[in-house]
Write a protein that binds this ligand. Sequence first.
Ligand SMILES: CC(C)(COP(=O)(O)OP(=O)(O)OC[C@H]1O[C@@H](n2cnc3c(N)ncnc32)[C@H](O[C@H]2O[C@H](COP(=O)(O)OP(=O)(O)OP(=O)(O)O)[C@@H](O)[C@H]2O)[C@@H]1O)[C@@H](O)C(=O)NCCC(=O)NCCS
Ligand SMILES: Nc1ncnc2[nH]cnc12
Length: 290
Amino acid sequence: MVAYCEAVGRCAVTALLYEVSATPKPGLVDRLNQGAHKDMDFFSFMASTAALSSYFIKCAFQGTMFDGDDLGRLFQSLRPLGKEAEDAMLRATGGANTHKGLIFSMGIICAAAGRCLKGKKDACLDAEEICTLVSCMTRGLCARELYALKKAAGFTHGERIYQKYGFRGIRGEVENGFPTVRTYSLPVLRQLKSRKDYPINDILVQTLLHLMAVNEDTNVAARHDKETLNYVKRYASEALDAGGMFTAEGIDLIHAMDRDFIIKNISPGGTADLLAVTIMFDLLQGTRLI
Ligand SMILES: CC(C)(COP(=O)(O)OP(=O)(O)OC[C@H]1O[C@@H](n2cnc3c(N)ncnc32)[C@H](O[C@H]2O[C@H](COP(=O)(O)OP(=O)(O)OP(=O)(O)O)[C@@H](O)[C@H]2O)[C@@H]1O)[C@@H](O)C(=O)NCCC(=O)NCCS
Ligand SMILES: Nc1ncnc2[nH]cnc12
């Protein structure tokens, strides 16, 4: 069981490292620049990933150990681990929110992957099965934290954006079992990977563009507004129409997009998170972890 949880944790760490390494990513931290961020760079992401490696294993372990059918309780039991992980991230980065979103979403995925072991002698992991578990674990989250929200002040970014635009952000993604990943990015990643001549870096950037063209990224909406989010989506579609990472014209457009997002202070951080989630599902899929 320990080896299984370590293997799940290793997939999560690999997903985080692949995501930040993929270059160029418009507005995001990558190997070329800090994107539209002042308080984090490529090395902050390395340090943050290292600090989170034991957290992912602990979440998987929590999933394997959980007894009972009320998966909402498994989700609740992750909260103290998430808080500890957030402190570790802040210590490792000198106070930057590098992986705030992924502590939440990847933690739930690792616990769900742990739960997949229940009642099995060996686990051949399947993204659909994990997504169903994620959805069961977080059932009612949007109703509790967004729809019925009654607070006078102190709204988080996500709560404020729901009230303004009705975007459910990461809460909607987990409660619906990552529809954006299942519908868009995972099929794209798999199809591109079947082309043996494409470098992994280019496949990941291309997958990111597909996500950017559709994702309701609450980070973009929180720093700016709905119009800016539509601008990001249109720009990503335009880069894809030009061939994306697989034509010279597409690559030029992606670099132009990066320069433009940096000037305009646009960071599609939620979309970067979904790229990491996509990579995670691809790494887990079909893997016999024990
Ligand atoms: C459930 C919470 C995580 C929700 O918190 P909040 O209400 O703040 O929710 P959101 O803002 O909606 O989302 C949180 C992060 O999720 C990422 N995200 C955004 N949109 C999407 C999307 N459509 N799909 C997937 N993921 C999405 C995003 O993460 C990225 O942003 C982080 C940097 O954020 P921040 O510092 O706010 O942004 P900056 O632009 O840098 O800030 P400023 O400079 O403008 O100030 C970065 O990590 C990216 O990866 C969202 O930020 C909340 O309840 C919570 O934290 N709970 C703790 C529970 C927990 O961890 N439990 C244990 C595990 S279950
Ligand atoms: N590469 C990246 N740049 C900025 N924010 C992010 N959140 C997750 N990955 C990110």
